[in-house]
Design a protein around this ligand. Structure first.
Ligand SMILES: [Zn+2]
Ligand SMILES: [Zn+2]
Length: 318
């Protein structure tokens, strides 16, 4: 009897799509909705991407100007009203600027649209400028977002938002990457004021049969730190695709080359870097990784990575 039940369970596992591969993503598409380069829609210093994964949708960051993600989605023919979960990677205004406008506009069509905002638990820490003012980019939006029915979900550590879809939460800084430029802002601690290294910076990680896909906003935690942490939480598989901003635009050639060598070691075969990566740094990373214009174009509005297909660049970056 026991073996009959076991056989039945094994059969069921193969009949139910995904059941045999719990914790692994089967279908994934990431479409960039805000970055600097655009030949369709508007470019801005900001970042946002739509994630479509196994029938669910997530918005990752919300761009800088309130209406750019809404306008770009419209010009790309993308309907965001079914997106109920938004991820805010960190507090900076070029990732949070669209949050209120997106919630306000899309809730007219779906009361739940952009209604849950996933963030690291320490995102609301005050970021103090020299005069003691709090320059946190998300704090001023909190009351209005909640008044509109939105809810912040604070994650203290790594968590699975869906099978095979990980929100990292704060990323351990094991390598000496300093991929931030916060203009002298400080965080107050019991031991005194410390440099704001954007400790809340979080990424999304997708576990697939081919390996891990990492999606990052500004990559302030360091893309090597993020990729190594992705393996720690989602399994020691190659990080075969990296998407998003890597904040290398102001870094020396030596730092970019080191980053490229580390990403090569980690198994990166696709790079859709945009936003604060910098165009020169993207090309340098492409060379260090041994990739091509097809597998490592500069990301632009509408460019996309699709699991099993690779990268679709826009005309200007193809
Ligand atoms: Zn930033
Ligand atoms: Zn940024």
């Amino acid at each position: 009897m026991f073996y009959r039940i076991l056989a039945l369970l094994i059969c069921l596992a193969f009949l139910i799509p995904g059941a045999a591969l719990a914790g692994q993503v089967e279908a994934l598409k990431v479409t960039v909705l805000s970055t600097m380069l655009a030949d369709q829609g508007l470019g801005e210093w900001g970042y946002s991407a739509l994630v479509e994964v196994d029938g669910r949708k997530f918005l990752f960051d919300t761009g800088a100007n309130p209406d750019v993600v809404l306008k770009n989605a419209k010009s790309l023919g993308i309907d965001l009203s079914k997106v109920e979960d938004v991820i805010v990677s960190h507090n900076h205004g070029d990732h949070t600027g669209g949050l209120i406008a997106l919630r306000r506009e899309l809730m007219k069509r779906n009361p739940l649209a952009i209604g849950r905002a996933h963030v690291s638990g320490n995102i609301f820490l005050p970021r103090l400028s020299g005069d003691g003012a709090d320059q946190n980019g998300l704090t001023p939006l909190k009351a209005e977002y909640e008044r509109l029915g939105g809810r912040f979900i604070l994650h203290e550590g790594a968590t699975q938002l869906a099978p095979g879809v990980w929100f990292t939460g704060p990323v351990p800084r094991n390598n000496s990457e300093t991929n931030w430029s916060t203009g002298g802002l400080k965080i107050r601690t019991a031991a005194g004021d410390v440099v704001d290294n954007v400790p809340e910076d979080a990424a999304l990680v997708f576990s697939t049969a081919e390996g891990l896909v990492v999606l990052t906003g500004c990559g302030h935690a360091g893309i090597v730190n993020i990729s190594e942490y992705a393996q720690a939480i989602a399994g020691t598989k190659p990080v075969f695709a990296v998407i998003g901003g890597l904040h290398l635009f102001a870094k020396s050639d030596e730092v970019v080359d080191w980053t490229g060598a580390q990403l090569r070691r980690l198994g990166v075969k696709y790079l859709l870097a945009g936003h604060c990566t910098g165009i020169e740094a993207t090309w340098r990373l492409r060379a260090a990784l041994g990739l091509t214009r097809k597998t490592a174009p500069v990301s632009s509005v509408g460019s996309a990575f699709t699991l099993g297909k690779g990268i679709m660049a826009s005309a200007i970056a193809a």
